[in-house]
Design a protein around this ligand. Structure first.
Ligand code: ASP
Length: 439
C-alpha cells in the first residue's frame, strides 16, 4: 500500500499544525510521499506566506526595500523551527532567495519559495528525503505542464519505498526557470505524484472534513459527502464548490486513483472519497448542490426559428466575435436563450446585440441581468424518479420563481436559473427537501 499525502497551507501554518501533520504521517507507514503547501493562515485575518512573497517580489521589482516584509516571512518559518525543536537554519536559504529577488528571478520563483522552504522543514521534521520539485515537475517552453516528461522522471524517482517530501505548487521550465501552477496548485502536485508513484490513494489533508453537500456559508453545518465521482465533483467545482484545485483530478484520473479529502484537525473523520466510478448510491439521491450568482440571459425570438438552418450557429457567432463564452443555451421552437457571465458580458452588451441583429434579424432580443445558476448534481438521479419534481415543488413552496431549467442527457445534473436575490433561499429549499428531510 502506498499513499501520497498532501497538506494544505492551513494544515502547516504553525508548529502546532505541523505536529498534527507529523502524527498523521507517522500514524500510517504507507504514507511515504508527502507534498506540503506553504504556511497558510493561522487565523482569519492572517496573511499566507505565498501572498507575503508576492508582495516582497513586487517591491523588489520596483527596486524598493522589502526587508520588513521578508522579516515577517522569516519569522513565520522561525516559529515553526523553534516550535518543533528543529536544528535547521534557513539563513543561507534566505540570503540566496533575496539575491534572486534582486536579480528579478520572476514572481513564480518568488511564490514557489513558500513551498520550497516548508518542504525543507517538513523533510527535516519527518526524517524524510527532500526532493526539489524543480527536479521532477516540468513545464514546456510555453509554460504548459509537461505530463510525459514529468511522469517519466518522477516515476523513476519515486521507485522504492523511501519517505520523500516534494514541495507542491511549482516545477521548472526547460531553461531551469521556476514556474508555478495557478493558486492552490499544490493539489495538482499531489495528484501528479500519486499518478507517478501508482499510489493506492491520494490523501489531500485540509481544514474541512471533506466535500460538503452545500456551501457552509449558506447552509449551517452541512452534511459531508462520503463518496463522489470525479465527474460529479467537476460539476460542483465548476459551479463554485472549492475544496480541491479543479485541475487536480486529471493526473489521478488517468490511473483511476481515488482521492481522499481529510481534515488535519479531525483526523478520525473519514472525509470524502473522490472516485472514478462507484456502485455506492449517494446517501440522499442528490450528491451535492452548488451555484453562482452574476449571470445574464439573452433571449432571442424569431418566428420559425426552428426551420432556419444555421440560426444557432449565427447567434453563437455574435458571442464568439466578442470573445464571450456562454454557459447554457436552453431553447424553444421560436426562442433561444444564451446564459453568460454578467461581468464578461455587460461592457460588450451592445456589440453582441448589434451582431445578433446583423447576423440573424430576430423579432426581439431581451436581456435580463442579475441571475444565479444552481447545479443540483447526483449520479443517483439517473436511476430514481421524481428528483426534478421534488426540486421544483420545494422551490415553489419557498416562493422561488424558476427562470430557467437545463438537464443534460447524462442526467448527472439539473441546472436551475433563479434571480440573484432568491439564490440562498433556493439552495436552502433544495438542501432541506433532500437532506434535512431524510436525516
Ligand atoms: N501556496 C500556494 C497558494 O497559496 C499554493 C497552494 O497552497 O496550493 O496558492
Amino acid at each position: 500500500m502506498k499513499k501520497v499525502v498532501k497538506f494544505g497551507g492551513s494544515s502547516l501554518a504553525s508548529a502546532e499544525q505541523f505536529q498534527k501533520a507529523g502524527e498523521i504521517v507517522r500514524g500510517d507507514e504507507s504514507r511515504r510521499i508527502v507534498i506540503p503547501s506553504a504556511p497558510g493562515k493561522r487565523f482569519a485575518v492572517d496573511t499566507k506566506v505565498t501572498d507575503l512573497l508576492y508582495t516582497c517580489y513586487e517591491l523588489a521589482e520596483e527596486g524598493q526595500d522589502f526587508s520588513m516584509e521578508m522579516q515577517s516571512i522569516k519569522k513565520r518559518y522561525q516559529e515553526i523551527i523553534d516550535g518543533l525543536d528543529l536544528k535547521e537554519d534557513l539563513k543561507d536559504e534566505f540570503a540566496a532567495i533575496e539575491n534572486r529577488f534582486w536579480e528579478k528571478a520572476g514572481a513564480d520563483y518568488a511564490a514557489s519559495r513558500g513551498e520550497y522552504l516548508n518542504g525543507k522543514l517538513m523533510a527535516a521534521y519527518l526524517g524524510f528525503e527532500f526532493v526539489d520539485a524543480a527536479e521532477v515537475i516540468f513545464f514546456d517552453e510555453e509554460g504548459a505542464f509537461d505530463n510525459d516528461k514529468t511522469n517519466k522522471v518522477l516515476s523513476k524517482r519515486l521507485e522504492g519505498n523511501a519517505g520523500v517530501v516534494i514541495p507542491g505548487f511549482y516545477g521548472a521550465m526547460p531553461d531551469g526557470r521556476i514556474k508555478t501552477f495557478s493558486r492552490g496548485g499544490s493539489d495538482i502536485t499531489g495528484s501528479i505524484a500519486a499518478r507517478a508513484a501508482r499510489a493506492d490513494v491520494y490523501e489531500n489533508w485540509t481544514d474541512v472534513s471533506g466535500v460538503m453537500v452545500a456551501d457552509p456559508r449558506i447552509i449551517h453545518n452541512p452534511e459531508v459527502i462520503d463518496v463522489i465521482t470525479y465527474r460529479e465533483l467537476r460539476e460542483l467545482a465548476y459551479m463554485g464548490a472549492s475544496v480541491l484545485h479543479e485541475d487536480a483530478i486529471f493526473p489521478v484520473r488517468i490511473e483511476g486513483i481515488p482521492i481522499n479529502i481529510r481534515n488535519t484537525n479531525d483526523p478520525e473523520a473519514q472525509g470524502t472519497w473522490i472516485v472514478q466510478s462507484t456502485g455506492q448510491k449517494s446517501k440522499y439521491t442528490i450528491t451535492g448542490i452548488a451555484g453562482r450568482k452574476g449571470f445574464c440571459s439573452v433571449n432571442i425570438e424569431k418566428d420559425k426559428m426552428n426551420s432556419e438552418i444555421g440560426f444557432g450557429r449565427k447567434i453563437l457567432q455574435a458571442f464568439e466575435d466578442n470573445e464571450i463564452s456562454f454557459e447554457h443555451m436552453p431553447s424553444g421552437i421560436d426562442t433561444m436563450t444564451i446564459l453568460v457571465h454578467q461581468d464578461e458580458f455587460m461592457h460588450k452588451e451592445q456589440n453582441v446585440v448589434a451582431g445578433i441583429n446583423r447576423l440573424t434579424h430576430p423579432d426581439s432580443i431581451e436581456i435580463e441581468a442579475d441571475l444565479a445558476l444552481i447545479a443540483v448534481v447526483g449520479r443517483g438521479m439517473k436511476s430514481s424518479r421524481g428528483t426534478a419534481g421534488r426540486i421544483f415543488s420545494a422551490l415553489a413552496h419557498a416562493n422561488v420563481n424558476v427562470k430557467m431549467i437545463d438537464q443534460g442527457s447524462s442526467e448527472l445534473n439539473i441546472i436551475i436559473g433563479v434571480r440573484n436575490e432568491d439564490f440562498e433561499t433556493a439552495i436552502r429549499a433544495i438542501y432541506d427537501i433532500f437532506v434535512t428531510a431524510s436525516i
